[in-house]
Design a protein around this ligand. Structure first.
Ligand SMILES: [Zn+2]
Length: 243
């Protein structure tokens, strides 16, 4: 894609920040609790129940319109991450079907990452939506004339990566949760559509980066060996299940 296309899509993705803020607010709840639809300070309902809630966006200030309490991460952080990730993905995507899947996974990935940082879990609703959206984009591209072999390779990569992470989840001491395995199909689809080499390279790179992060955090006594990651210094309670 051209730099103009990448920048245009990056700006458009940045404008989706208020909508992403709503997704983050809804799912930033501890394991086992219902999705959050109200301001945690004054109780004002911010996200309607049902399909209208899926379309709702929070104010650009990312704060409650009634009591001005900040709601989740800073607005600039979500918008900046969304814009930068979308621009980079657009720049590197070689086809429109793959770009559609990458953008879907990239934007939901921003929400997932910030929810994970806040409450150390990857909610099923977000991981499931991420995977099905990616599959829908790639399938639509195939129906429009793209290579069926690429879609088959993507599905096989998704299945393989899911099994790989499921094994890691079941192994003791890896620090991975079920949410990691549930996110794997979306990643496998996006990488497998490109090539199997991309799947292997990204998996190795991601594992090395995670290992480096944990090593540094352990060395600085910011986390304990029994903690799930990511975690924050303020999280002193026992680790919660990641789902
Ligand atoms: Zn409020």
């Amino acid at each position: 894609m051209t730099p103009l296309t990448a920048n245009t899509i990056g700006v458009a993705a940045g404008l989706s920040g208020p909508w992403l803020h709503a997704r983050i607010l809804v799912h930033t709840t501890p394991y086992g609790q219902q999705p959050r639809r109200h301001c945690p300070h004054c109780g004002l309902q911010l996200i309607p129940v049902g399909w209208r809630g899926l379309l709702t966006a929070l104010p650009a200030s990312a704060s409650c319109p009634s009591c001005r309490t900040p709601l989740g991460p800073a607005g600039w952080l979500v918008e900046t991450l969304a814009a930068a990730i979308a621009a980079i993905l657009t720049w590197r995507a070689g086809s429109w079907p793959l770009l559609g899947a990458w953008l879907w996974v990239g934007l939901f990935g921003v929400a997932l990452a910030l929810v994970d940082v806040a409450v150390t879990r990857l909610p099923n609703a977000l991981t499931g939506t991420t995977a099905f959206g990616a599959l829908a984009a790639l399938t639509a591209g195939t129906l429009a004339g793209a290579s069926p072999a690429a879609l088959l390779r993507a599905v096989l990569a998704a299945a393989g990566l899911a099994v790989f992470y499921l094994v890691l989840v079941l192994l003791p001491g890896t620090g991975l949760g079920a949410g990691d395995a549930k996110l794997a199909p979306a990643v496998g689809l996006c990488l497998g559509y490109r090539s199997l080499d991309a799947v292997v390279a990204a998996t190795i790179t991601g594992t090395l980066l995670a290992a480096a992060y944990v090593t540094v955090m352990l060395a600085r006594h910011r986390i304990r060996r029994i903690d799930a990651v990511p975690t924050r210094r303020s999280c002193s309670s026992a680790p919660s299940p990641r789902s």
